[in-house]
Design a protein around this ligand. Structure first.
Ligand SMILES: Cc1cc2nc3c(=O)[nH]c(=O)nc-3n(C[C@H](O)[C@H](O)[C@H](O)COP(=O)(O)OP(=O)(O)OC[C@H]3O[C@@H](n4cnc5c(N)ncnc54)[C@H](O)[C@@H]3O)c2cc1C
Length: 479
């Protein structure tokens, strides 16, 4: 019996469990399906891309349903299955939600959630290396650092973005939202600072906190319409735990709706279909799923890039450099430069996001694949998509994956936005000082004129690469 049970130790679960247990008054149980995060592929930033993402040991490795809006493409969707959840395998880019999104929520009646309302919480959680300011906190547990090593091509890309007309900024988390600049990262001395490291590691030292890893929650238990506990599998046994005050479902954007439906909370007809009695008929559970469709442009360049560091001696050298100094390619985040802009200059808010990485890779249906030649990658995504997908149960078995339908281009406005975003990205690669380093375009596969490039995108959706699933809290938008 506990005061609170928290399901999942990801960004949300670690934070809430840490805060709930802070003053020793509440007993808190945290149940996490994955294992400990004290592993090299989690702690070392670069190792995550090579050894944690797409590795079923740390990644749920979801496979989405075939998407009718993209010629049936069925994507792999990464989600962390480890202490810290997706914050333990993510790109570490510290990007706050768009202020206007929060304001919309507040205007829609969600009192206390405007950008001004949430700013003190952002500041309180953050330990920013650059110190406290109007927009940043310096005393919080989540360490936010400057990037440890600037690659010359990141400098060139940023300057070229300025040439192409984007607003270059020193801090992308300070309003206005339009702007492009170097990212800050959730790292401490070049090591990943996940939500678990920030909030949970200190919490589990407290006597009032119990953490169980390898604990797969099967369903939330109810007394009448009141959640009173959970049923979970651990070490082959089915166990129950009871909660006096609340069960907090923090299983992530894909697993939380699945878990609710397995527990009888969701669309009654769908649950009946799967042999589950509905406790509460809530048609919206699993609906309104949105993700960021994105596409990359990768170009071959004349300078060495991180994707070339594949040889064993390089791994040993850069591994040792990271271990002893916390610097070098071993500390690289997912993107070095991030920016936001508007596909329509008349629009009152940003709807496009850019990432730049001094590494050339392709995003295939099975995950990222590094090129064998020096290359860099720019990435555009639709920041505020209109298309909506859904999540349903495939079966009533809690160990089966849910059915995930992204429906990424259900609404043609998203395709139009992405085309405009790709044109702008291409313009950046063609602008100086970046252009002098570019040898040729590798993706989208053939170097084509802008008009052909457009028709290629319009006709051949297979050439589109989807976003690396920021599902439900994908970075940059608050949605
Ligand atoms: C590859 C990748 C890169 C990303 N890069 C960035 C980035 O650079 N910047 C950024 O801001 N955001 C990034 N994101 C997004 C960000 O990490 C997520 O939005 C955020 O971590 C989601 O937090 P969450 O608590 O909702 O879910 P998660 O962090 O996914 O946590 C859910 C937890 O619940 C556990 N769980 C699920 N089901 C069960 C069950 N039945 N029983 C017990 N436990 C269960 C999971 O194992 C997991 O630990 C990225 C995401 C991914 C996947």
């Amino acid at each position: 019996m506990f005061d609170y049970i928290v399901i999942g130790s990801g960004s949300a679960g670690s934070t809430i469990a840490g805060r709930l247990s802070e003053f020793g008054r509440n007993s808190v149980l945290i149940l996490e399906a994955g294992e400990s995060d004290k592993r090299l592929p989690i702690m070392m930033p670069a190792a995550t891309y090579l050894k944690a993402i797409a590795n079923p040991k740390f990644d749920w490795h979801y496979k989405a349903a075939s998407d009718p809006t993209r010629n049936g493409r069925a994507d792999y969707m990464p989600r962390g299955k480890v202490l810290g959840g997706s914050s333990s395998i993510n790109g570490m880019c510290y990007v706050r939600g768009q202020p206007e999104d929060f304001d919309d929520w507040a205007e829609s009646g969600c009192k206390g959630w405007s950008a001004a309302d949430v700013l003190p919480y952002y500041k309180r959680s953050e330990g920013n290396e650059n110190g406290a300011s109007e927009f940043h906190g310096a005393e919080g547990p989540l360490t936010v650092s400057n990037i440890r090593e600037r690659h010359p091509l990141s400098d060139a890309f940023l300057a070229a973005a300025g040439t192409a007309g984007l607003r270059v900024t020193q801090d992308i988390n300070v309003p206005p939202h339009d702007g492009i600049g170097y990212i800050q990262v959730t790292q401490k001395n070049g090591w990943r600072c996940s939500a678990a490291r920030a909030f949970l590691w200190p919490a589990i030292k407290r006597k009032n906190v119990k953490l169980v890893t390898h604990a797969h929650v099967r369903r939330v238990l109810f007394e009448g319409r009141q959640a009173c506990g959970v049923e979970y599998t651990h070490g082959g046994n089915t166990l129950t735990a009871k909660a006096r005050n609340a069960v907090v479902v923090c299983a992530g954007a894909l697993s939380s709706p699945q878990l609710l439906m397995l527990s009888g909370i969701g669309p009654a007809a769908h649950l009946r279909d799967k042999g589950i009695d509905a406790i509460e008929d809530i048609p919206g559970v699993g609906q309104n799923f949105h993700d960021h469709p994105g596409t990359n442009i990768s170009v071959e360049v004349t300078l060495p890039t991180y994707n070339m560091m594949k040889k064993l001696y390089q791994h040993l050298y850069y591994g040792a450099q990271w271990l002893f100094t916390g610097t070098g390619p071993g500390s690289t985040p997912d993107a070095h430069v991030i920016g936001f802009t508007r596909s329509n200059p008349q629009s009152n808010r940003c709807d496009l996001q850019y990432h730049f990485t001094p590494a050339g890779y392709d995003l295939t249906e099975t995950g990222p694949t590094l090129f064998d030649i020096p290359a860099v990658t720019g990435y555009t995504n639709v920041h505020r998509p209109w298309s909506r997908g859904w999540i349903r149960l495939k079966t009533a078995n809690p160990f089966d994956q849910p059915e995930i339908q992204p429906n990424l281009f259900e609404d043609s406005r998203d395709m139009d936005t992405l085309i405009t975003g790709s044109r702008i990205l291409r313009r950046i690669f063609q602008a100086e000082p970046m252009a002098q380093f570019v040898k040729r375009e590798l993706i989208p596969v053939i170097a084509v004129s802008d008009s052909l490039y457009d028709s290629e995108i319009r006709l051949g959706c297979d050439s589109l690469r989807r976003a690396d699933s920021g599902a439900g809290g994908g970075y940059g938008s608050a949605g």
